[in-house]
Design a protein around this ligand. Structure first.
Ligand code: CTP
Ligand code: MG
Length: 234
């Protein structure tokens, strides 16, 4: 069985603050996207990486790929992305050639995911799971609140049992046909791909996630990412 990785990288990175699109921002002097691509290509299972570039940035991303050393055994495709992450992933899936029966979807914004996590996800899909997510227990207690007018306090309505909650990461791994069907049939906005498979009524399973697979979302995350990278380079 052959595995491809789709990397949604088309977001602006509004929460990170003004500057280049998030995936093109530097981490240790190299664009975050290049780190994310290497994280996928480093897995021996992955033989194709489809990069979903900012809508007007496909040419720039192709130039970047040529400028950075990437494994020879991996093929690369670049397609322009869409308005939402969901749409960007769909555009990446549409570009997938035949012959890949397992698909990973990995955020460019998670540049430091270790290869062991990638391999664990692929193994679980190969083992027969239609959808697999790397997951970690939560450190914080989580409250459900009721919406309130701006500036008004939000009343807490519930405290879900934290021991049953998980924060999920990427790469999420899928049986290709299942993910394509999910993207073709599920409507409404979602924040990850696995939730679309859940809506098909299929069971999504977890494998252990990794602290270093955190998402670079806000400026402090960039500080942590630089520190993790510096520690790796020791
Ligand atoms: N993404 C995408 N296409 C979009 C929006 C997001 O491909 N239209 C990608 C981002 O590039 C990122 C991943 O989805 O790799 C996770 O999204 P997120 O962390 O929210 O990134 P952004 O949407 O860029 O950030 P923000 O929400 O702060 O603007
Ligand atoms: Mg976003």
């Amino acid at each position: 069985s052959r595995t491809a990785a789709v990397i949604p990288a088309a977001g602006r990175g509004v929460r990170l603050g003004p500057g280049a699109p998030k995936a093109l921002r530097a981490l240790g002097g190299t664009p975050m996207l290049i780190h994310a691509i290497r994280a996928m290509a480093d897995s021996r299972a992955v033989s194709l990486v489809v990069v979903v570039a900012p809508p007007d940035g496909a040419a720039e991303v192709k130039t970047l790929l040529d400028a950075h050393a990437l494994p020879d055994r991996t093929d690369f495709l670049v397609v322009p992305g869409g308005e939402s992450r969901q749409e960007s992933v769909k555009l990446g899936l549409d570009a997938l050639p035949p012959g890949y029966d397992i698909v990973l979807v990995h955020d460019a914004a998670r540049p430091l995911v270790p290869v062991d996590t990638v391999d664990a996800v692929v193994e679980a899909v190969r083992g027969g799971a239609p959808a697999v997510v790397p997951a970690l227990p939560l450190a914080d207690t989580v409250k459900q609140v009721e919406p309130a007018a701006p500036g008004e306090p939000e009343p807490v309505v519930a405290t879900p049992d934290r021991s049953l909650l998980r924060a999920v990461q990427t790469p999420q791994g899928f049986d290709r046909d299942t993910l394509v069907r999910a993207h073709a049939t599920v409507t409404g906005s979602v924040t990850d791909d696995a939730s679309m498979v859940e809506r098909l009524g299929l069971t999504v399973v977890t494998v252990p996630g990794h602290e270093e697979a955190f998402k670079v979302t806000r400026p402090l995350d960039l500080v942590l990412a630089e520190a993790v990278l510096a520690r790796r380079r020791l």
